[in-house]
Write a protein that binds this ligand. Structure first.
Ligand code: NAD
Ligand code: GLY
Length: 364
């Protein structure tokens, strides 16, 4: 088993990565202080993995809340439902919430844990690649509001993260590819050697070779843990994790959340960020080609949909949480393996890159 630590003083916690962790009763139990557990999952993941977890936690009094699948369920109504359920069942401050599922489940469960009786313990058991390499680590928790995604939330760290590689076997191919966009992001923003390793190991990754996946996920978690330890609340370097996200969020918001998966939008956003960096003379054309090739290897989109105009992009990009003083803030690579924050990209430069990387014909 690989284990690493997110170092945040008294809020530090381990990330354990291995096959078969859902059945590791001894390990899971170590992170539960009281007698009661409330597992939060959804109606896709629960039929697959809830029984295994319940067996592993049989020494505790286990309660469960199964929400409907999908991004739309990450809302205040379900948050309230969780609060009501926990109050009705008499959960106290010594209960532990266990989030079993992808980023949607983890984000909502973490926010519920942050708020219930002013904060109770929670454990992340991420079951999508995206949640294993990104959302389960770092303590960003949230629900969506009709006026904006992730607009209501808290920084609240889990007590432990358990990444069971076996859960990736049941993950749909499109969801696996979306997770690969976040994996590639780490290479582009922080680690050239890892980027090259991904190119070399692309077939083993596609074949879901367990040893290769373990190494890949551990490496992503290590990069994220390092960044979070330096800047937990995103006042500086943590913003680098948003590489590709400003363009990507515009695609997601314009098309309606769920039309493109988050990772798909981030993939196109990363190509746009790389091309813009090239237009600005920060990286050469070879870097753009390499990033584009790796993204295409995983059948992720590299062009924005034809239905989107420059104005559509800019309208959404202007609302980004990262912006300062009305300027659109972008994270751009300065080489493969390093990025920086830019606040002074002109409208003309933005328009040029968006136009050059938008499909000219509607996708068939
Ligand atoms: P998701 O939670 O919706 O999961 C994707 C789909 O896969 C869902 O249908 C889910 O039920 C299904 N699924 C999950 N695990 C499965 C498995 N093992 N086998 C079969 N099906 C499985 O989406 P996601 O991509 O995991 O997460 C996206 C969410 O994460 C978004 O809400 C986004 O805002 C959030 N996010 C948060 C952070 C953060 O730092 N907190 C970072 C990135 C993304
Ligand atoms: N997913 C970006 C972050 O955790 O900061």
């Amino acid at each position: 088993m690989a284990s690493l630590n997110v170092s945040l003083d008294e809020r530090s916690y381990p990330i354990h990565i291995d096959s078969g962790l859902l059945s590791d009763s001894n390990l899971l139990s170590q992170y539960i202080r009281g007698k009661r557990v409330c597992i939060i999952s959804n109606d896709v993941v629960a039929p697959l993995y809830l029984a295994t977890i319940k067996t592993s936690l049989c020494q505790f009094e286990v309660d469960e809340i199964i929400l409907e699948d999908g991004e739309a369920s990450k809302n205040l109504t379900n948050f309230e439902k969780v609060m009501a359920h926990m109050l009705e069942k008499g959960h106290g401050r010594d209960s532990t919430i266990v989030a079993l599922g992808g980023g949607v489940t983890g984000d909502l469960s973490g926010f519920a844990a942050a708020c219930y009786q002013r904060g109770i313990d929670f454990i992340q058991i991420p079951t999508t690649l995206l949640s294993q390499v990104d959302s389960s680590v770092g303590g960003k928790t949230a629900v969506n509001h009709p006026l904006g995604k992730n607009m209501i939330g808290a920084f609240y760290q889990p007590k432990a993260v358990f990444i069971d590689l076996d859960t990736l076997i049941t993950l749909p191919a499109r969801e696996f590819a979306a997770g690969m966009a976040e994996v590639i992001k780490y290479g582009v923003l922080a680690d050239r050697e890892f980027f090259d390793w991904l190119l070399t190991n692309k077939q083993a990754i596609k074949d879901k070779d367990t040893a290769v996946l373990a190494k890949m996920i551990e490496h992503c978690c290590a990069i994220k843990a390092d960044i979070v330890a330096k800047d937990e609340k995103e006042s500086g370097v943590r913003a680098h994790l948003n590489l590709g996200h400003t363009f990507g969020h515009a695609i997601e918001a314009e098309l309606g959340y769920g039309a493109w998966l988050h990772g798909e939008a981030v993939a196109t956003g990363m190509v746009m960020a790389s091309q813009l960096a090239c237009d600005l003379g920060l990286v050469d054309e070879t870097a753009v080609t390499l990033v584009t090739q790796l993204i295409e290897e995983f059948e992720l989109p590299v062009l924005a949909p034809a239905s989107m105009s420059v104005e559509d992009f800019v309208r959404h990009m202007r609302r980004d949480k990262k912006n300062l003083n009305g300027n659109i803030r972008l994270i751009l690579p300065v080489k493969i393996g390093q990025c920086d924050i830019f606040d002074d990209v002109t409208q003309t430069q933005l328009a040029q890159v968006i136009t050059s990387l938008t499909e000219t014909q509607p996708a068939k």
